[in-house]
Design a protein around this ligand. Structure first.
Ligand SMILES: NC(=O)c1ccc[n+]([C@@H]2O[C@H](COP(=O)([O-])OP(=O)(O)OC[C@H]3O[C@@H](n4cnc5c(N)ncnc54)[C@H](O)[C@@H]3O)[C@@H](O)[C@H]2O)c1
Ligand SMILES: [Zn+2]
Ligand SMILES: [Zn+2]
Length: 370
């Protein structure tokens, strides 16, 4: 029997999120139904709404989710009803050359499960019986979600689900970009463009990795105040006309060792590349519009040996990195509770998105009733 659930939907690009009552089908082979405890509101959900991430609509939003397993389909091993899980927003087949090489964020099969479980048909229907896709193969902004078992990672049930949810995207993306993609060295200098849930997680990760200077950049002063709480040593309130590369070079006597772009802008990716010192590393984490681009002065490549790269989902291996993040949290070294500025019931999802757009939250989290 399908389960009734309230869900936050995007029905058309650039229109407000709507909350509707939907029906979530039970799991088929290789699938699991989860009763959601919490789902973070990430900028990537907003990008699905404004078309920056162009997926077919309508969609149940949400990919930063955590909950409790309700029902498992045939041929699912390692998960049972009652288990606590965090959603992983990239489907990982475990068999392709990238999965086999320990780089599952590059999985060749992920494109097959962007808006449905891997099997390819929808498990969610609206009140009229029309099918609804699920964002990033998750659709976690709903009371129930049925997803491929590979999209779920079992976690320690002692971790509160609202904190655990953040590990499903923002925290692993940010901390992973520092630990896995850049491998930031102790004593180094780091610049971070954009202090949302992702940028603040880069700042936390850099702090844990022992960076000595962490320069936070944002256009909003309250975000810079938050950044200080997560380990930023310096802040730059960015204005449109600022030459940020010049400001950072001056502040660090030649440029930071690392720069992380956590906004989604080619102009800032270029500024991050220009800012870093010779031999430095610039990492683009933000997701820019499809037609956005950046350029590098070609001559700097041989003469300055700088690297410009990207980081998807913190280059993580969810089965390794989620427990690692939660262990850091349990040891009191990774702040998760402090990242949650505001909790919203699912009915207030439109407000949660308005607050994200206005930059009011470190992270807003949708929380579901018992
Ligand atoms: N690579 C990945 O795997 C991955 C995963 C999750 C999110 N993302 C992307 O990371 C980006 C950040 O996500 P988030 O959830 O933290 O978003 P957010 O909206 O919470 O934060 C963005 C921050 O950037 C600031 N900002 C905006 N314009 C700026 C500018 N010109 N200069 C400096 N700061 C500026 C905003 O004030 C805000 O604080 C988004 O593009 C999102 O899609 C990427
Ligand atoms: Zn996200
Ligand atoms: Zn794979």
């Amino acid at each position: 029997m399908p389960r009734k659930a309230k869900a936050a939907l995007c029905r058309a690009h650039n229109t407000p999120v709507v909350v509707e009552s939907v029906a979530v089908d039970p799991p088929k082979r290789g699938e699991v139904t989860v009763k959601l405890g919490a789902c973070g509101v990430c900028h990537s959900d907003l990008s699905a709404i404004n078309g920056t991430i162009a997926l077919p609509l309508p969609l149940v939003l949400g990919h930063e989710g955590a909950g409790v397993v309700e029902e498992v389909g045939d041929e699912v091993s390692g998960l049972a009803p009652g288990d606590h899980v965090v959603f992983s927003f990239i489907y990982m087949c475990g068999k392709c050359r990238f999965c086999a090489a320990g780089r599952p964020v590059l999985c060749l099969e992920q494109g097959k499960a962007l808006t449905t479980p891997l099997e390819g048909t929808t498990r969610v229907h609206d009140a009229r019986g029309e099918p609804l896709g699920i964002f990033s193969g998750c659709g976690a902004m709903a009371e129930y979600a049925t997803v491929s078992a590979e999209n779920l990672i079992k976690i320690d049930p002692k971790v509160p689900l609202d904190c655990a949810a953040l590990v499903g995207c923002g925290v692993t993306t940010g901390v992973g970009a520092v630990f896995n993609t850049a491998r930031v060295e102790p004593g180094s200098s780091v610049a971070v463009f954009g202090c949302g849930g992702v940028g603040l997680s880069v700042i936390q990760g850099a702090h844990i990795a022992g960076a000595e200077r962490i320069i936070a950049i944002d256009t909003l002063q309250p975000k810079l105040d938050m950044a200080k709480k997560f380990g930023a040593t310096d802040t730059v309130l960015a204005k449109k006309e600022d030459d940020l590369a010049k400001i950072l070079k001056k502040a660090t006597a030649g440029g930071p060792d690392y720069a992380f772009e956590c906004v989604g802008s080619g102009a800032l990716a270029g500024a991050a590349y220009r800012a870093i010192r010779r031999g430095g590393l610039a990492v683009v984490v933000g997701v820019a519009k499809p037609d956005d681009s950046t350029s590098v002065r070609t001559m700097t490549l041989p003469f300055e040996e700088k690297t410009l790269t990207g980081s998807y989902f913190g280059s993580c291996v969810p089965r390794v990195d989620f427990p690692r993040m939660l262990a850091l949290y349990s040891a009191g070294r990774l702040k998760l509770e402090e990242l949650i500025t505001r909790r919203y019931p699912i009915e207030q999802a439109p407000q949660a998105f308005a607050d994200l757009e206005a930059g009011r939250n470190a992270r807003g989290v949708i929380v579901f009733g018992p």
